[in-house]
Design a protein around this ligand. Structure first.
Ligand code: AMP
Length: 416
C-alpha cells in the first residue's frame, strides 16, 4: 500500500528536537511575563475578510499565500497567516480595550502560508509574538524592540542585526505614495509583472519584492523616511534616542517597509548572519489604524512576530535546560516490587523516570537507559537492599557511587 505522507512544507516534531521547542516555549513565557504580557490564544482559522482588511489586499501574503477554504455553510475561511489581526479582532470582540489593563499580550502558535518550502521557510510554521495597545511613545517602541532582542539573546542568539525604519502615517504616506508611484512608473517596463501591478495599486510593496532586478531599481526610488511629516520625523528621532536608553544597537534601513500594510511609523526587523537565505528572525512595528479599521476604538498598537523554527535552527549547540532523566535498573526480576516503589516515589517528587518491567540482565537495561538518553541509572541489587544502599551510575561519565536508600531523594536533587 502506498504510504501517506505529511503535506509539503509541514513537519512532525518529536524527540530530541521537541526538547528545543519546550526550552524555547519556557524561556519565552518567562521572558514575556516579566514584561507584564499575558498570553492570548485565538483560533487558527478566521474569516477571510479579517486578513484581507487587516493585512491588506495587495500584500504577498493575501495575494498568494493564504490557505483559503469555504466551510460547509459556504463561509470563506482562512488558516491564519499571522496573528496580529486575530489579536485585534479578539480584543474588539471581547471588549478588552475597555476592561483590561495593561493591554499587553503575547502568543505562540502555528501560522500557515502557501509559500515555497525551503530551509527556514515552511507552509505551517510557528510564531511567537507580542501586541501592546494604548500607549503611543517612542520609549514603548524601544521597549518592544528590546524585549525581542533580549529574548533572542536569552536563547543564545548573539550575532544579530537590528534594522529600523519609519514607514510614515496616514498624513505623510499618501503624498509620498503618489511621488513613489510616478517615479516607479518611469521604470515600469523593467519591473517584474507583480511590481508592474504594484506601481498602480500599492507602490510601497515594490520594496518587498525579492527579485534582484526589482530590488536594484527600488534602491534608487524615493524613500519614505525622507518624506516623513513632522510627527513621524519626531517619533523616529525619539525612537533612535530611546533605543540608546535600552542599550540596543541598530542600523537604519530606508528600504525596510515590512510585508504587511498595517504598519505606521516604527518598523523593525532582526536578522541573523547564521541563517543563510531565510535570515529574518523577527519583524514588527507600530500600527496606528488597524484597530479602528477592524471596527474597534481609535487606539494604536505595536508588536512583533518571530519565526520559532528559525530560532530553533540556532539552538543546535545549546546545552538545553531539560530535566535530567533516570533509569531504574534491577539486578534481578524479583526486585520488581522495590523498583516500582522507587520509580513512583521519584516521579511523585518530580523526577523523570523510566524502567523496563521485562528486562533481564543489567547490561541490557543499561543499554536501554542510554538509548532513552538518560543521565543516571539507579541500580537496585539484592545485597544493596539488605544493607539499605543503592548504586547511582552517571551515564555520561560512567562514574558510579553507592548511596543510602533513605537519602536518595536528597542526593539526586543535589546531583541533578
Ligand atoms: P512576518 O509575519 O512576515 O512579519 O514574519 C515574521 C517572522 O516569521 C519572520 O521574520 C520569520 O522568522 C517568520 N516566518 C515568516 N514566514 C515564514 C515561513 N513561511 N516559514 C518559517 N518562518 C516564517
Amino acid at each position: 500500500m502506498s504510504k501517506i505522507i505529511a503535506p509539503k512544507g509541514t513537519h512532525d516534531i518529536y524527540m530530541p528536537e521537541i526538547e528545543k521547542w519546550h526550552f524555547l516555549e519556557k524561556v519565552t513565557r518567562e521572558h514575556f511575563q516579566a514584561y507584564f504580557y499575558s498570553e492570548i490564544r485565538t483560533p487558527i482559522f478566521e474569516r477571510a475578510e479579517l486578513f484581507q482588511r487587516g493585512i491588506g489586499r495587495e500584500t504577498e501574503v493575501v495575494q498568494k499565500e493564504m490557505y483559503q477554504f469555504e466551510d460547509r455553510a459556504q463561509r470563506k475561511m482562512v488558516l491564519r497567516p499571522e496573528n496580529t489581526a486575530s489579536v485585534v479582532r479578539s480584543a474588539i470582540e471581547n471588549n478588552l480595550f475597555n476592561t483590561f489593563y495593561p493591554l499587553r499580550f503575547f502568543y505562540m502558535g502555528p501560522m500557515f502560508r502557501y509559500d515555497k518550502p525551503q530551509k527556514g521557510r515552511y507552509r505551517q510554521f510557528h510564531q511567537l509574538g507580542v501586541e501592546i495597545f494604548g500607549e503611543e511613545s517612542s520609549f514603548l517602541d524601544a521597549e518592544v524592540i528590546s524585549v525581542a532582542f533580549s529574548l533572542l539573546n536569552k536563547c543564545g542568539l548573539n550575532n544579530l542585526n537590528l534594522e529600523i525604519n519609519s514607514v510614515g502615517c496616514k498624513e505623510c504616506r499618501p503624498s509620498y505614495l503618489s511621488v513613489l508611484s510616478k517615479e516607479a512608473d518611469k521604470n515600469r517596463e523593467d519591473f517584474c509583472k507583480n511590481c508592474q501591478r504594484k506601481v498602480d495599486t500599492n507602490p510601497l510593496r515594490i520594496f518587498d519584492c525579492k527579485i534582484e532586478k526589482c530590488k536594484e531599481i527600488a534602491s534608487d526610488l524615493p524613500k519614505i523616511n525622507d518624506n516623513l511629516c513632522d510627527s513621524c520625523d519626531e517619533n523616529f528621532e525619539g525612537l533612535k534616542e530611546s533605543l540608546f536608553y535600552f542599550g540596543v544597537d541598530f542600523k537604519i534601513n530606508p528600504m525596510l517597509v515590512r510585508g504587511l500594510d498595517y504598519y505606521t511609523k516604527t518598523a523593525f526587523e532582526i536578522t541573523s548572519n547564521q541563517l543563510g537565505a531565510q535570515n529574518a528572525l523577527l519583524g514588527g512595528g507600530r500600527y496606528a489604524n488597524l484597530v479602528e479599521e477592524l471596527g474597534g476604538p481609535k487606539i494604536s498598537g505595536i508588536g512583533f512576530a518571530a519565526g520559532m523554527e528559525r530560532i530553533i535552527l540556532h539552538l543546535k549547540e545549546l546545552e538545553l535546560l531539560r530535566d535530567k532523566r533516570i533509569f531504574i535498573v534491577l539486578q534481578k526480576p524479583e526486585l520488581l516490587n522495590e523498583g516500582i516503589t522507587l520509580c513512583q516515589q521519584l516521579r511523585e517528587r518530580g523526577f523523570v523516570v523510566l524502567m523496563d518491567y521485562k528486562s533481564k540482565g543489567i547490561g541490557k537495561q543499561l543499554k536501554k537507559a542510554e538509548k532513552a538518553n538518560c543521565d543516571i541509572a539507579l541500580i537496585i541489587g539484592e545485597e544493596e537492599i539488605s544493607s539499605g544502599l543503592l548504586s547511582i551510575k552517571k551515564l555520561r561519565t560512567h562514574n558510579q557511587l553507592q548511596v543510602k536508600r533513605k537519602e536518595i531523594f536528597k542526593i539526586l536533587k543535589e546531583q541533578i
